[in-house]
Design a protein around this ligand. Structure first.
Ligand SMILES: [Zn+2]
Length: 286
């Protein structure tokens, strides 16, 4: 009984924040899942298969061959040329996210190999300002595409983003054109670009590089769209179909190539890269 009281008191006092969360509730099936079990299962609910968001470092570990990864991002720092302020100054907001994630902006990745195929992998970090695309994210993607082209690597981008970063206004929107142009370098060299859409992929990210890949894969149940369902419903004044803007719906309507559960993501990606990358042709004995 005494133990029970102790736990109850800590929870009310600290709002649960200083107690490490050991159990998580699945938002889809409401099962209580032990966090370690969830992590061991690649952050996929063992009961119903709901895909929780995966951190960027875990994403790199999931997709690249062990011991091949070399980080290339993190050298570009965000600026605040507009001195933007909404509920808090943009500078302070950036500092807060930097503190939380240990990275200067919402993207992480570098060079490595996927089952031997030379690759440059970039993952958007939803934990940093909702994975929003500002000047740094755009610059890292442009540099990544240019480096991949120069070094003969495939480019793989894992999208997870609320869209353009409002605090950078037009500078943020310009990244849509910039990232699109940078992908041309890969097409010129006939190097593959694979886009992996995860929950959520929206706004200016969907409307630029995320939807321009040679092959577009998505995780199950991910929200993928341009404007959110509420905005669309208000605009067209019609009820939206069941599952609207989820991966499976988009696959049925020809917007994606395949919906791939996380446990098969690495092997599926490797298969695609082996088929499309010139180095891959060697590994499959063609
Ligand atoms: Zn579940």
């Amino acid at each position: 009984m005494a133990l029970d009281r102790l736990f109850r008191r800590r929870r009310t006092r600290g709002g649960g924040r200083d107690v490490p969360e050991l159990w998580l509730k699945c938002p889809a099936c409401e099962a209580q899942i032990y966090k370690k079990d969830l992590e061991a299962n690649l952050m996929v609910c063992p009961e119903c298969g709901h895909h929780f968001r995966l951190g960027v470092e875990e994403r790199v570990r999931l997709l690249l061959d062990e011991g091949t990864f070399e980080v290339t991002t993190g050298r570009v720092q965000p600026e605040d040329p507009l001195r933007f302020e909404d509920t808090e100054p943009y500078r302070e907001r950036l500092a807060r996210y930097r503190e939380k994630t240990g990275r200067p902006d919402a993207i992480y990745g570098g060079t490595g190999a996927v089952e031997g195929v030379p690759t440059l992998l970039l993952a958007m970090d939803y934990a940093f300002a909702g994975g929003s695309m500002g000047s740094v994210v755009g610059e890292e993607i442009a540099r990544g595409a240019e480096q991949a082209a120069a070094e003969g690597r495939a480019l793989v981008i894992v999208a997870a983003s609320g869209g353009a970063r409002m605090q950078e206004a037009a500078l943020s929107l310009m990244q849509m054109a910039k990232t699109t142009m940078a992908l041309d370098r890969l097409w010129e060299r006939r190097l593959p670009y694979v886009s992996i859409l995860t929950d959520p992929t929206t706004g200016g990210v969907t409307a630029s590089f995320a939807a321009l890949a040679d092959v577009i894969l998505a995780e199950p149940g991910a929200l993928i769209g341009f404007a959110g369902p509420r905005v669309i419903k208000q605009t067209i004044r019609q009820d939206l179909p069941e599952g609207f803007q989820r991966s499976e719906f988009l696959l049925q309507h020809g917007m994606l190539d395949q919906v791939v559960p996380r446990e098969r993501l690495r092997s599926t990606l490797a298969q695609v890269l082996r088929l499309l990358h010139p180095e891959g042709a060697k590994t499959r004995g063609a």
